[in-house]
Design a protein around this ligand. Structure first.
Ligand SMILES: [Zn+2]
Length: 355
């Protein structure tokens, strides 16, 4: 095992030196692309997105409103367990075999999975490629230490929202052609024990909506004013949106969400969130905040969890039953709208009706 660890460490060091050069030359997005290429070659990335089909459903009366469905049969394969589940003799699995802890990755993936070390706002992270990507260059940026994904508003505490927001914004600013998100616990987070953000390269343009995701298209003309977000209430879930230079957005959104949590004190322990970021041409960043109800992690009539991608307006389907529904014309704009609406919780608790 010691030999294997030494071999892994030297492969890691060599790859990281090369990726640091790539980042210096072409930015973090380029380094992620190079890591992705490396991970295809080692065989760690199992799916090349070749089987993914996208369906676009427009509103019959307002064709500029649309949702997308991604059918991705290989998505099911991830449950078949990638990697080795028990550590070799003499090695103890850290944190119940957490897939985002580097000490486990070494034996779980038998050396095939390598990551890229990066510093975000003074904290150390590892970028790991997703072995079953939902989108191009789908990367998980995970804390280099095993620390909770939970936010500080949870009963047991967790990450300061200002940290989560500033990490997301800093990463988005470094990866201009990427989108990213934080899925709160019970809001699509697949590994609640270990802090991580997901980023992916903006996919090629669709004939409808171009390169914009449905949420981005719907909120395109809304702008925030300092700390105060633009608030969209006609999307199936309520959304607060900030746009502007990274530092202003990062500080303003962090302050506002803290204040929002205080105003929602009576129900805050029930709440979680999806937070989405994307840099725009010219360096400005858009940040979207969607509150979620912990008791409803899954959309109605849908096999998977609702996370950041679904909130962006692209629902992932992967089962034979869902395929049949798509082929049979049973799915339309309103089906997807209903899936999202079924996880809706208001931004502020609705007032009790007056007696
Ligand atoms: Zn971990």
């Amino acid at each position: 095992m010691l030999n294997k660890v030494n071999t892994y460490d030297s492969a890691w060091t060599e790859l990281n030196a090369a990726l640091r050069n790539t980042e210096a030359a072409v930015g973090l997005g380029g380094a992620v692309g190079a890591l992705e290429e490396n991970q295809r070659q080692t065989g760690f990335i199992k799916d090349q997105l070749s089987g993914v089909e996208r369906f676009v459903f427009q509103h019959p009366d307002h064709p500029s409103c649309y949702f997308r469905v991604q059918f991705n049969a290989k998505r099911l394969a991830r449950f078949n367990g990638a990697g080795v589940s028990a550590p070799p003799e003499g090695v103890i699995a850290a944190h119940d075999g957490c897939f985002l802890c580097r000490d486990n990755v070494i034996w779980q993936q038998q050396g095939a999975e390598l990551g890229y070390e990066l510093n975000v706002n003074g904290k150390a992270f590892h970028a790991w490629m997703n072995p079953f990507p939902l989108l191009p260059s789908h990367v998980v940026v995970a804390s280099s230490v095993h620390e909770t994904q939970e936010w500080a508003f949870a009963p047991e505490g967790g990450q300061d929202i200002k940290r989560v927001v500033s990490d997301l914004v800093a990463l988005a600013a470094r990866m201009p052609n990427f989108l990213g998100f934080y899925n709160g616990v019970n809001a699509g987070a697949s590994i609640p024990g270990h802090l991580h953000y997901q980023f992916f390269e903006r996919p090629p343009a669709c004939p409808i909506g171009g390169t914009a995701f449905p949420l981005e298209a719907k909120l395109r003309n809304l702008t925030s004013d300092g700390d105060i977000p633009a608030i969209e209430t006609e999307y199936p879930v309520p959304v607060a949106k900030w746009s502007g230079d990274p530092q202003t957005i990062s500080e303003g959104a962090g302050r506002w969400i803290d204040h929002w949590a205080a105003l929602n004190e009576q129900r805050i322990l029930r709440l979680t969130a999806n937070i989405i970021v994307a840099a725009q041409d010219g360096g400005d960043v858009d940040l979207y905040f969607v509150p979620r109800d912990r008791t409803r992690p899954r959309g109605e009539t849908m096999s998977g969890l609702v996370g950041g991608l679904e909130v962006l307006g692209e629902v992932v389907m992967s089962t034979p039953e869902e395929r049949q529904a798509l082929d049979g014309g049973e799915i339309d704009f309103f089906t997807v709208e209903q899936i999202l609406a079924s996880v809706r919780t208001p931004l502020f608790a609705e007032l009790e009706p007056r007696p």
